[in-house]
Design a protein around this ligand. Structure first.
Ligand SMILES: [Cu+2]
Length: 102
């Protein structure tokens, strides 16, 4: 079984490539999920170490995909599994605080 993601603007699809037939692989559509991109302003970050620790924590949260993380801000792709509160909680676990989001 091979899993891979197909990314189309506004849509993320997880495709399951599973069945091998005499004709070759056939593709099975697994999950279709909408996502939104949001930018969070974050206080308490000061260096690349902060960027690394925040990135590490955010990557553990289902539905959060870090797009770009810099000192003071995180641009994230969120699917329906991830709420703003989940982002705030994860940022707090990393030792920082969300001050605004757009
Ligand atoms: Cu730091």
């Amino acid at each position: 079984m091979t899993y891979f993601d197909v990314r189309i603007p506004g849509l993320t699809m997880t495709v399951l490539k599973g069945l091998y037939t005499p004709m070759g692989y056939i593709l099975l559509l697994g999950i279709t999920m909408n996502h939104t991109d949001k930018t969070f302003t974050i206080s308490g970050m000061s260096c690349g170490g902060c960027v690394n620790s925040l990135t590490r924590v955010l990557k553990t949260v289902p539905g959060i995909e870090p797009l770009k993380i810099e000192v003071g801000m995180a641009q994230l792709r969120l699917d329906q599994r991830a709420t703003s509160q989940a982002v705030k909680d994860a940022v707090a676990r990393a030792g920082f605080e969300v001050t605004s989001e757009v």
